[in-house]
Design a protein around this ligand. Structure first.
Ligand code: 13P
Ligand code: SF4
Length: 305
């Protein structure tokens, strides 16, 4: 059954000169089908460089919007238009304008998990893999507003010793991982290394050995001599970790850490997307041009690990 659907997708892809990009939190079968699977930064770089005419984005709305901003001449498709990101919707452009008015000298660094309108109101975008480097690249005497993720923001504060103006946004999936989850997993697997995403809450991060983006987790596990890892992030990443490291054990910190939006993409929806060219994601020019400036600055600052 799956084989039939996959060969249909491959055929449609060829006809349209399409490429399929998937985030590391996608269901395993979608990760396996994708031409490129990665973290938010890797996906942005790939979307900006591909010579395909059509990009099918297996992820959530802000990711497809980012691809549309970086590659406006291409057709960008999101197979389910309701696949959103609750964190990205926790701040809108008007709320950001009010915050900027209150802090007129501050520069705005915005996590890529944000709407195109919010990116357009920001000076820099960042992902979890380059947020620390990006903030370090801003002169020390400049005030910085960091939106929308308070948890990534606190992580950046800690690593840069800078006092950031934070917004109270958060990932509704990562906050489901608790301190007790990590303590229980550590009690059961005392030799395991704990890898946590910076979107996790502070008590969880305090118990972690490494704080990494999903792409950095994949690289870390591959290079490490350890054989057991407790993974504190969305459970979709476990598929990619196991695939690349068949001899290691990956223990999800919590089975609750599943992002319902990331799981909305299916083979059937990808077929419908390619057949009917839906759902086309585009960004009006006046927003796109400003948002692209913040994204271009993000892509320039590559992570050091
Ligand atoms: P990264 O893959 O960049 O770590 O992003 C995590 C995330 O929550 C994406 O929605
Ligand atoms: Fe948004 Fe969190 Fe889902 Fe990522 S995992 S898309 S940040 S809700």
């Amino acid at each position: 059954m799956n084989e039939q659907l996959i060969s249909k997708i491959e055929k449609l892809k060829k006809q349209l000169n399409a490429v399929i990009l998937a985030h590391n939190y996608q269901p395993g079968e979608i990760q396996d089908l994708a031409d490129f699977c990665g973290d938010s930064l890797g996906l942005s770089v790939t979307a900006s460089k591909t010579d395909a005419d059509v990009i099918v984005f297996c992820g959530v709305m802000f990711m497809a919007e980012t691809a549309a901003i970086l590659s406006p001449q291409k057709t960008v498709l999101l197979p389910d238009k309701f696949a959103g990101c609750p964190m990205a919707d926790m701040i809108n452009a008007e709320q950001l304008r009010v915050l900027k008015k209150k802090n007129p000298n501050a520069l705005v660094v915005c996590y890529v998990n944000s709407t195109a309108e919010v990116k357009a109101e920001s000076d820099y975008c960042c992902t979890s893999s380059n947020a620390v480097e990006l903030v370090k690249s801003i002169p020390a005497d400049r005030e910085i507003i960091f939106i929308p993720d308070q948890h990534l923001g606190r992580h950046v504060q800690q690593r840069t010793s800078r006092n950031l103006i934070l917004w109270p946004g958060y990932c509704t999936t990562h906050v489901l991982i608790t301190e007790t989850d990590i303590q229980n997993a550590k009690a059961e697997f005392p030799d395991a290394i704990v890898l946590a995403h910076p979107e996790c809450s502070e008590p969880v991060k305090d118990l972690a050995d490494q704080l990494l983006s999903t792409g950095q987790m994949l690289n870390f596990a591959e290079k490490s001599n350890a054989k057991q890892f407790i993974i504190a992030t969305e459970i979709g990443i476990i598929h990619a970790l196991k695939k690349r490291n068949p001899n290691a054990t990956f223990i999800p910190a919590s089975p609750r850490a599943t992002c319902p939006n990331m799981k909305m993409i299916t083979f059937d929806k990808i077929i419908a997307s390619l057949q009917d060219l839906r759902y086309k994601i585009s960004v009006p020019d006046e927003i796109r041009v400003k948002a692209k400036t913040s994204l271009d600055r993000m892509i320039e600052v590559l992570p050091t690990k």
